[in-house]
Design a binder for this molecule. Sequence first.
Ligand code: CTP
Length: 417
Amino acid sequence: MRIVLGVTGGIAAYKSALLLRLMTEAGHQVDVVPTPAALNFVGRATWEALSGRPVRTDTFEAVESVNHVRLGREAELVVVAPATADSLARTAAGLAPDLLGNVLLTATCPVLMVPAMHTEMWLHPATVANVQTLRSRGMTVLEPDSGRLTGADTGPGRFPEPERIWAEAQRLSSTSGTLAGTRPLAGRTVVVTAGGTREALDPVRYLGNRSSGKQGVAVAEAALAAGASVTFIGGAMSVDPPAGTEVVRVESTQELHEAVLSHASGADALVMAAAVADFRPAEYAEAKIKKAQDGTNPVIHLERTPDVLADAVAARAAGQPLPGVIVGFGAETGDGTTSVLEFGAAKLARKGCEMLVVNQVGRDQVFGQDTTEVTMLFADGREPVAVAGDKTDVGVAIVTELAGLLDQPARLDRMDQ
Ligand code: CTP
């Protein structure tokens, strides 16, 4: 892979030399593009020796090779580490006073920004706004670590360890893969739900499930890489919501129901990856339920929760502007007489959505794992598509099928004309 490693003028530049080592040792070709200020911290000779390639900072060096356009166009991944508050501001404003600024304006590949600065700068409203701008344009801006900064001060703003940056960069590039090149969801709005819902029993207890949120996060990241604007509605999860999305947090099924029906209104697609509670306590105890003095066990009565997916389909049928493509998930085990796919097909028909992602659950629990095996079923009768692998790969496969479904009515419209 061709990587551009941008280095801006912060003390953490010395740690980027280790990041460069991780990239080259993995066999990648890395062009290091420091800003002039970065060379105050680590000199050109270090970058040239470690990358084995010429290092330039200025737009007017090696002009004959049109470096200022070529490097960005040819890059398959750009990592800016460290990214100072000043460099985030310049990038958000689209300025290109040096070679790195030009690379960032011409690159169409995934871009990972790794901020490192003092806490005051990171929390300054200008930086907060710049980070938001960059994320809304599809750049991934890593959250800095919290801890010891250059001096005796501590707080958020610390440069993450090179191993973590490299892991994030690899994840970004594999998610983006083919989708970033073709951007099949450019101009589309996608709403993705993820994680589990929690149903309160009393002020301290709830009924919940083991959903990690990983599959929904992978779908949201793949949709972002494909060029979509993504709203991520997250319940309880063990992973962070994806950077670059509009994040809405919910707890109960009722809150999820309201969030989906309002945010999906006007969107192009809705992906219901959330593990939604099917039942909730019929009564909420305003005070904590105490153990009975006579030793009797409490009885909890349950009632059905609203079916968010089915209600979204019904609201669309009633004329509300809900997405033309709605994707559901189904966890199935199969039994002696009915296979997993037969149960899946029945669920697809029952829910009335366009696509159902079926996974087999049972002894090998899907919850929390990084790999999975799913079959996508379609309401329009097209052949099912099976895919196995990392949840990231499955996210890309789901978004690829989703993009195909979104394109279809447009193609038919064009044929009608
Ligand atoms: N879902 C929902 N609202 C619910 C329950 C589920 O929107 N109250 C959505 C889930 O997000 C998922 C799909 O519906 O996309 C799962 O359907 P469900 O009928 O709950 O399937 P299972 O969880 O597999 O359970 P069962 O087979 O028992 O119906």
